[in-house]
Design a protein around this ligand. Sequence first.
Ligand code: NZQ
Ligand code: ZN
Length: 387
Amino acid sequence: MLKFSYSIPTNVHFGKGRIKVLAKEIKKYGSKVLLTYGGGSIKRNGLYDSIVEIFNENDISFCELNGIDPNPRLTSVNEGIKICKENNIDFILAVGGGSVIDCSKIIAAGYHYEGDPWDFFIGKARIKQALPIGTILTLAATGSEMNGNAVISNMETEEKLGTFGESLKPKFSILDPTYTMTVPVKQTAAGTADIMSHVFEQYFSPTEGAFLQDRLAEAVLKTCIEYGPIAIKNPENYEARANLMWSSSIALNGLLTYGKITDWATHGMEHELSAIYDITHGIGLAILTPNWMEHVLDNGTVDKFVEYGVNVWGISLEEDKYSVARKAIEKTREFFKGLGIPMTLKEVGINEERLQEMAEKATKFRPLGGFKKLDKNDVLEIYKASL
Ligand code: NZQ
Ligand code: ZN
């Protein structure tokens, strides 16, 4: 029986040139801004200059935190909190992909917290309050532009953990697909895989009767299958970039989850890989996903795989359900491969050495998965099948 409360408060300004609303949006919340960004892609493609021009024209004063790494570090969070406190910052503008946005969210929460912001990730503290944050998204992948999640890496403990806070949801997000036209092929492929994985984590669920959510989920998957390859072949194709960008937000803003038990086992397993080996999140997901699918396929789950195969891949219903399910899994693997993603852990520098340790860490608190529960041995088997 479906039962939920709906809350997606982020104002989205979507389309070419929507940066025009930036000054007006910021001024609703603050006057002293921390501008956060990554390793320099926004300087190379001119977005940084456009933002500074808008700030100057509108008397918006600002400080900067740059160099936020992919798989953002706790050290950048602490650096950002310090800048905010020293400069009485009242608004954070995150310009980048999920890493910059996630790091900015925890800076926003850490500003109002006296302890170590890592406490938010290890269950020692809950996020109650945060500085208001806005985003200009430059990479379609995580959905962080429209949700209250953040994932941070602690290099000292080799952990990569997630947290959530209602107050972390961006006040506004500017989604201009032209900003994603400079995203390299590898990141476009990884982003597409990440979006699809977010959908899988919510689609493969034991909850029955969420017909609308399931059809919406299939639509997002079909959008990625249609436009991922086009964006890779022609990075400046607006239609492809726009459809991928909107998919990234819809895939993880809550819409597909409402009322459903969700899985998130593949993400749990992937975060262990990135925590130790610092690999690209979407690549890790693409490697693990088909192996996870094969591992969880059984009499209790096969019907969902048939639904997926028929509705998403157009596989015709045959007598043997398992044959449809296996074809759907193979299509998934082939699709990721076709995007140019290396499909084995060895290709991204991960060998057998620490698989046992990662399987233990992934299941330290509880088994993974809501579609099918995975214990340490299941996780280890999936890792081994992915080698
Ligand atoms: O740092 P710069 O120079 O900007 O380069 C970035 C970075 O190297 C580059 N890039 C971004 N936009 C670009 C661009 N290069 C050229 N042109 C552009 N327009 O892409 C690289 C990767 O950026 P990153 O932000 O790390 O990628 P993504 O958006 O995939 O974020 C990944 C992070 O988000 C977390 C992941 O675990 C990972 O840490 N996730 C966050 C979630 C959330 N908040 O809801 C959910 C996800 O499942 C995920 O776990
Ligand atoms: Zn993800």
